[in-house]
Design a protein around this ligand. Structure first.
Ligand code: FFO
Ligand code: ATP
Length: 195
């Protein structure tokens, strides 16, 4: 299936998830991540502020911040590249492009993602073998992830049935090293199959 049709299918699948299941998914994903020593030890975390049907990250961002991590969130630039600004509590966000909440803090520049110890990204789906992720199609995260060093964990958050086979891959696609779904954490750099 091509990227466009796959996006359509996954978007519909997401829209059908009942509210209670969404809340449960967010809780499981948050707890799975917060249980990992490499998450607990990350001083600077790049995350995202979820919108719509995405796995919800508001509780995760708040928990990371409460535990003392510095959490950066993306600020979408006019050229669709991602700038970064620091989250400093629920009252420090304001709507940006597409109405996504962004920190009102100073923009730190597109290169700031290089300094993150942990990078958490949105995805519609991830290929269970290659780690290739399907995004919204703006190429924003392809650009951002290309700046992340080889030893930094990059993690995509997914609902059930979004770790799939056959995500179409193009040369610019940046694979992620981990996926977290309601069933747990999957290491994609060792290509451990999830069952
Ligand atoms: N939560 C979140 N933040 C993110 C992203 C994301 O995918 N999710 N991005 C990932 O790159 C960047 C923003 N890029 C985006 C590009 C398009 C749309 C989008 O859905 N546009 C719809 C209208 C919005 C809606 O769903 O209501 C549209 O164009 O029709 C959203 C974000 C940075 N921040
Ligand atoms: N490094 C880059 N610089 C400029 N444009 C890029 C870069 N990488 C990818 N793009 C462009 O972004 C567009 C979208 O790519 P693609 O469909 O793979 O998005 P995606 O990975 O699903 O989305 P996203 O990265 O925003 O989550 C493509 O047209 C591609 O040419």
């Amino acid at each position: 299936m091509d990227k466009l049709n796959l996006r359509l299918k996954l978007t519909r699948q997401r829209a059908a998830i009942p509210e209670q299941k969404r809340r449960e998914n967010a809780r499981r994903i948050r707890e799975t991540l917060l249980d990992q020593p490499w998450v607990q030890m990350a001083g600077l975390v790049a995350c995202y502020w979820s919108i719509g049907d995405e796995p919800e990250t508001h509780g995760l961002v708040f928990a990371l911040w409460k535990h003392g991590a510095t959490v950066m969130l993306p600020v979408l630039r006019d050229d669709d590249d991602l700038d970064w600004a620091v989250y400093d509590g629920p009252d420090t966000l304001a709507p940006g492009r597409f109405g996504i909440m962004e920190p009102v803090d100073t923009r730190r520049g597109v290169e700031t993602i290089r300094t993150a110890a942990l990078v958490i990204v949105p995805a519609l789906a991830v290929d269970r073998t290659s780690g290739v992720r399907l995004g919204r199609g703006g190429g924003s995260y392809d650009r951002a992830l290309a700046r992340v060093g080889p030893n930094v964990p990059t993690v995509a958050l997914l609902h059930d049935d979004e770790l799939i086979d056959g995500v179409p891959s193009e040369p610019h696609d940046q694979p992620v090293r981990w996926a977290v779904h309601p069933g747990g954490l999957v290491n994609l750099s060792t290509a451990t199959p999830y069952r």
